[in-house]
Design a protein around this ligand. Structure first.
Ligand code: PLP
Length: 403
């Protein structure tokens, strides 16, 4: 058989999706599994958004749209960016994509290539590294620490930048840590970046509406670097529209034009029905979005309190997004029922097989001390999962080191 491309051989499949698939397979085989792997709201999109989609279908919105997206949607995104983040992007500086993922992928392809480095503070959503590799570039990881709130320190960024660095990825609120960069922290990062004018900032703001602090500032609102920031956003998380595949990017016109050229040769455009629905989502009543964010906050508090009370588990309460990222490394070295835990993968496998709870190992995000728990799930599922985790960790601690 002919071989695959070196690019395909280098790509790692998503480990979150792999863990989710494993949980689904076990459920399908009749096992009782509580799945807290996937980062998608368990709500439905607001009613007025679904109605707009239904109207788009009956009104015949069947055709390709402009590659950059319907002008009415780009106008709505322009208003949204101004209203929510104080950013002034005209529709010509905005491109609509098939989810934030596609917007990010287009940006990597437009900005980085062979010989270039992409600087990724970790723990991070590992699609960044895989997308950088798809573009032919080399991902370079910059570890952050729990003690620093999992935020990249300006001088650490400066030390990690080389003559080849083309992109610094920022994700605030962060998946998986929930860390939010405040204005002073962004200004300090911007001050360092003024020494490196060749470096673009790719700012993933997909979780910006799911926050538990008053403000999530965009790096594009910092004047000294605004002209080299590419803002990526979307409706997947804010409006519970993961399957509708609607994201966008905004940035310097030359970058947006390059992304439009790439998208024109790959996906063509985001789905026409979803684009019409997105106009309603962005211009319409925002109270359902706020209600979902309030529900996530209540779940965060509930899940955090229970998890923090389990001996052997350390964690921070996240400032945004819908994940807890507990450090479980104090349990490494323990064994129970013949299973020895040495890593986040072992711990997740132990929980899945012995307790029927599916989480994602921190190794998938570049931090093997931790695991990721999504609280984008019902209160009942969260309570059930936490009860099982308490019992499974208790069993592990009392079994101790079986030799
Ligand atoms: C940090 C981050 N960025 C982007 C995405 C992708 O969003 P979308 O579903 O709009 O492609 C996700 C999805 O999990 C994410 O966690």
């Amino acid at each position: 058989m002919s071989s695959l491309s070196s690019r395909a051989a280098a790509i790692e499949p998503s480990r979150t999706i792999a863990m989710n698939q494993r949980a689904r397979d076990l459920s399908a085989a009749g096992h009782d599994i509580v799945d807290l792997t996937v980062g998608e709201p368990d709500f439905h999109p607001p009613a007025h958004v679904r109605e707009a989609a239904a109207r788009a279908i009956s009104g015949g919105a069947d055709r390709y749209t402009p590659v950059a997206g319907e002008i009415a949607l780009r106008e709505a995104i322009s208003r949204k960016l101004s209203r929510d983040a104080g950013l002034a992007y005209p529709p010509a500086a905005i491109m609509v994509s098939c989810g934030a993922k596609s917007a990010l992928c287009n940006a990597f392809l437009a900005l980085a290539g062979p010989g270039d480095e992409v600087l990724i503070p970790t723990p991070a959503w590992l699609s960044y590294a895989e997308m950088a590799k798809l573009a032919g570039a080399t991902p370079v990881f910059l570890p952050t620490s729990a003690a620093d709130g999992y935020k990249p320190l300006p001088e650490a960024i400066a030390s990690a930048i080389t003559g080849r660095t083309r992109i610094l990825v920022l994700c605030s609120p962060s998946n998986p840590t929930g860390a939010v960069l405040d204005r002073a922290e962004l200004e300090a990062i911007a001050a360092v970046l003024t020494r490196f004018p060749e470096v673009w900032v790719l700012s993933d703001e997909i979780y910006e509406r799911i926050r538990y602090v008053p403000e999530v500032p965009s790096p594009a609102s910092i004047k000294s670097i605004a002209d080299r920031v590419i803002v990526v956003g979307g409706l997947s998380k804010s409006h519970a529209m993961t399957g509708w595949r609607l994201g966008f990017l905004a940035g310097p016109r030359a970058v947006v034009a390059a992304c439009v050229a790439i998208q024109g040769q790959s996906t063509t455009c985001a789905p026409s029905i979803s684009q019409r629905a997105a106009i309603a989502a962005l211009d319409g009543d925002q109270s359902p979005v706020e209600a979902m964010a309030a529900a996530f906050k209540a779940r965060r508090d509930r899940a955090y309190a229970r998890l923090a009370a389990i001996p052997g588990i350390k964690l921070r309460s996240p400032d945004g997004a819908f994940y807890l990222f507990p450090d479980v490394s104090s349990l490494y070295g323990l064994s129970c029922r013949g299973k020895r835990i040495e890593s986040s993968d072992d711990f997740c496998l132990y929980l899945l097989e012995q307790a029927g709870v599916a989480l994602v190992p921190g190794s998938a995000f570049g931090d093997d001390a931790c695991v990721r728990l999504s609280f984008a799930a019902s209160d009942a599922a969260i309570d059930q999962a936490l009860g099982r985790i308490e019992a499974a960790v208790g069993a592990l601690r009392s079994a101790g080191v079986e030799r």
